[in-house]
Design a protein around this ligand. Sequence first.
Ligand SMILES: Cc1cc2nc3c(=O)[nH]c(=O)nc-3n(C[C@H](O)[C@H](O)[C@H](O)COP(=O)(O)OP(=O)(O)OC[C@H]3O[C@@H](n4cnc5c(N)ncnc54)[C@H](O)[C@@H]3O)c2cc1C
Ligand code: FES
Length: 282
Amino acid sequence: MYRIIEKKKLTPESVFLRVEAPRIARRRRAGQFVILRIDETGERFPLTIVDSDPEEGTITLVAQEVGTSTKKLGRLKEGDSILDVTGPLGHPTEAENWGRVACLAGGIGVAEVLPVVKEIRAAGNFTQAIIGARNQDLVILEDELREAANELYITTDDGSYGRHGLVTEVLHDLINDGAIPDRVYAIGPLPMMRAVADLTRPYDIPTIVSLNALMVDGTGMCGSCRVTVGGETKFTCVDGPDFDGHQVDFEELGKRQKIYIPQEKCSLERFELSASGANVKE
Ligand SMILES: Cc1cc2nc3c(=O)[nH]c(=O)nc-3n(C[C@H](O)[C@H](O)[C@H](O)COP(=O)(O)OP(=O)(O)OC[C@H]3O[C@@H](n4cnc5c(N)ncnc54)[C@H](O)[C@@H]3O)c2cc1C
Ligand code: FES
């Protein structure tokens, strides 16, 4: 069992958790993730390890409450425990001294990009974090990113905070102004990562995307996280989550992300009904 030491709401839709997991806290590196199962009836689902404290034996997770498992997680309280936390999983993010690196993130990807920015800056790079949210209320971890990156740019879809527009527009302007990054890293919704890869392709800027494929076992055995990269089949959990964005078949990945939508919808309706006290039959 993995005890929740600290819990706070970051926005109405996202939750920050510090969880006791000493072995994972000692071994974890930037870009890696865990697979959680909240209770005996819960599904397995992945979350990035946003930070860790090896001395204290804790890891930090940030989850956007989109469906049954993440909403269940969001309802746990400090002192409650999570049944299983497996990890650290996946390859750590590669970090060399490339020069200037732009790290783009959208939505909950902002939490996932924080350890990457820290790692890439520690390797000697000038880091430009470009983060986006739908509106001001959904901007998360601004102070942490301002401290972690050399420069921070914020965009909102509705213009309520930062620049009105998309993160790709900031990158486009940087490139046009001659501040061409030596490498780009993108994490967030699939359409956003695809747009970043499309933008950097003509300039030949190496572009890494962190893929959020559907995962179950996290060990390369079940095949649910299969993606096509450069015409080859890869498993996001063991070969990724980071891949060359110019080689990813986003079309196929987008279709695979949607295959369980009817089941996810049904599961969420049942969860919300039972959380409201209604008697839901198995
Ligand atoms: C390597 C990796 C790291 C991730 N890190 C984070 C993170 O730090 N914070 C965060 O909020 N989210 C993260 N995600 C996404 C998170 O796993 C899903 O949002 C979560 O599984 C949704 O489950 P649910 O039951 O709440 O929602 P559901 O209703 O089951 O699903 C909602 C949507 O989430 C996606 N999803 C569902 N199940 C999975 C699954 N098992 N694996 C991956 N995606 C799934 C699908 O697109 C689905 O349509 C990460 C995903 C991956 C692959
Ligand atoms: S999650 Fe099963 S193969 Fe990757």
